[in-house]
Design a protein around this ligand. Structure first.
Ligand SMILES: Cc1cc2nc3c(=O)[nH]c(=O)nc-3n(C[C@H](O)[C@H](O)[C@H](O)COP(=O)(O)OP(=O)(O)OC[C@H]3O[C@@H](n4cnc5c(N)ncnc54)[C@H](O)[C@@H]3O)c2cc1C
Length: 407
């Protein structure tokens, strides 16, 4: 499908996974057959060039396959794509091209599953406050140990490997980056996992990882300047945007079907002006998001960053899907809010994409920064002043400024 074509309502390329989607959502577990179907389809290899064990599909082919899987089952899509695409790209981009094939290859064959662990219980959008640390283990074993807790992580309960962002406790004289990616084996001692029940994407495993002096091999700690990591994380924004487009498309297809079949006041809902306007609005929004996604995928495939473009896409596509799925629920009436109904699931799934992989409000600041509007700078919060921003704006009669308040 070209970027300027509308989404089609043809059978998905993963019919078995689609047929199991309601059950996957209800049980909160991805059936083993889903993994078999994904591996057999070659999906996990699409995102990497042959020299990294992939099939090197071009940008549009990748996006089409992603949308097809996400349409079949969004929770399954998230789990598989976080592992093979996001974690795979982080390993191949920041790791050693040869040495880390031992970590990358099993992700592409589906033998192992990876998680990308950044967010912590007390720190999400505000990356500067992450606390997880990596320090040299010292003799006799060498290598490193990692301590801290990561929370709300896709695949955390089931993953074999965590690509983990941590601060480096640097020995004297080490003037390398303050941050690193640690490739942590989650089956080793010092690792505890837990599940977090969640509103949507219920098949997707989601939860926390607690590291207590967990060992990390010498070669598996890769120092990376924090600013350079954004490039790798952009894959996550793209992944989530496509999930949103797929969810919106599924919700619209269901709405069109229902509007044609449901008769009220002697005519199908589809013949009513108000319903038509809602469906047309959804159609236009989804196609606009898909056009943006295909443009972003082309840029990426051509080796360009497209970070700002993908940031805009993430904002537009994920918030658009919330609107489209809300309309779908409304068009379905009470059926739409009945547990187990397709659009009820899409509605819950859509909201997850707005928050996952960077909340859109925070992303707006990054897009503004890309427009040359300067980075969003927050002063330390000061509980003593009326605004909390360590200065009293003019016009606040009689209220003390920070110097007076502190004295
Ligand atoms: C489906 C899903 C999957 C996820 N998977 C992963 C994963 O695999 N790995 C991982 O590390 N994390 C993952 N997360 C966590 C996710 O990255 C964080 O939830 C997200 O970054 C927001 O952090 P927070 O939830 O702590 O919200 P907070 O940072 O507490 O923000 C709360 C709200 O405040 C607003 N806000 C915050 N900062 C600003 C700002 N500067 N300007 C304007 N508004 C602001 C936003 O609206 C935001 O939604 C996942 C989350 C979801 C929902």
């Amino acid at each position: 499908m070209n970027g300027d074509q509308r989404g089609t309502d043809t059978a998905p390329s993963f019919p078995g996974i689609a047929a199991r989607a309601t059950e996957t959502d209800a049980t909160g577990d991805i059936p083993p057959q889903n993994w078999k179907d994904i591996v057999d389809s070659g999906y996990l290899r699409l995102f990497h060039p042959p020299e990294f064990g992939g099939t090197g599909a071009d940008g549009p082919a990748q996006t089409e396959a992603m949308e097809a899987l996400a349409r079949a089952c969004s929770g399954t899509y998230w789990s598989a794509t976080v592992s093979a695409l996001l974690c795979g790209k982080l390993i191949s981009t920041y790791g050693d091209p040869d040495g880390h094939r031992r970590l990358l290859d099993p992700l592409l064959t589906g033998e192992r599953l990876a998680a990308f662990a950044i967010v912590e219980p007390a720190a999400g959008s505000d990356a500067g406050t992450y606390r997880t640390t990596v320090r040299p283990a010292g003799p006799p074993g060498g290598g490193f140990v990692i301590n801290g807790e990561k929370a709300r992580i896709t695949n955390a309960p089931n993953a074999d490997l965590a690509v983990t962002l941590a601060r480096r406790e640097k020995p004297a004289g080490d003037d390398g980056p303050d941050w690193c990616l640690a490739f942590v084996d989650l089956h080793g001692p010092g690792v505890r996992r837990y599940e977090t029940p969640h509103m949507g994407l219920r098949g997707m495993p989601w939860g926390g990882i607690v590291f207590t002096d967990a060992h990390v091999a010498e070669d598996d700690v890769v120092p990376v300047p924090f600013t350079e990591l954004a490039e790798g994380m952009t894959w996550g924004w793209l992944l989530v945007s496509i999930a949103a487009i797929a969810t919106a498309e599924s919700a619209l297809s269901a709405s069109v079907r229902h509007a044609r079949e449901r008769v009220s006041f002697g005519r199908p809902l589809a013949h009513m002006e108000g319903v038509q306007a809602q469906l047309a609005e959804s159609r236009a929004q989804i196609d606009a998001a898909r056009l943006l996604a295909h443009r972003a995928a082309r840029e990426r495939a051509a080796g360009r960053s497209a970070k700002d473009l993908i940031g805009m896409l993430k904002i537009y596509a994920t918030e658009m899907a919330v609107e489209v799925t809300a309309r779908a629920v409304q068009i379905h009436g009470a059926a739409g809010v009945t547990q187990g109904h397709e659009v009820e699931r899409h509605y819950r799934d859509a909201q997850m994409n707005v928050i996952g992989a960077f909340a859109t409000n925070r992303l707006r600041e990054q897009v503004a920064e890309g427009m040359g509007l300067g980075p969003a700078v927050y002063r330390a919060f000061d509980w003593l002043t009326p605004t909390g921003l360590a200065h009293a704006p003019s016009g606040l009669d009689g209220l003390p400024g920070p110097a007076e308040a502190a004295s």
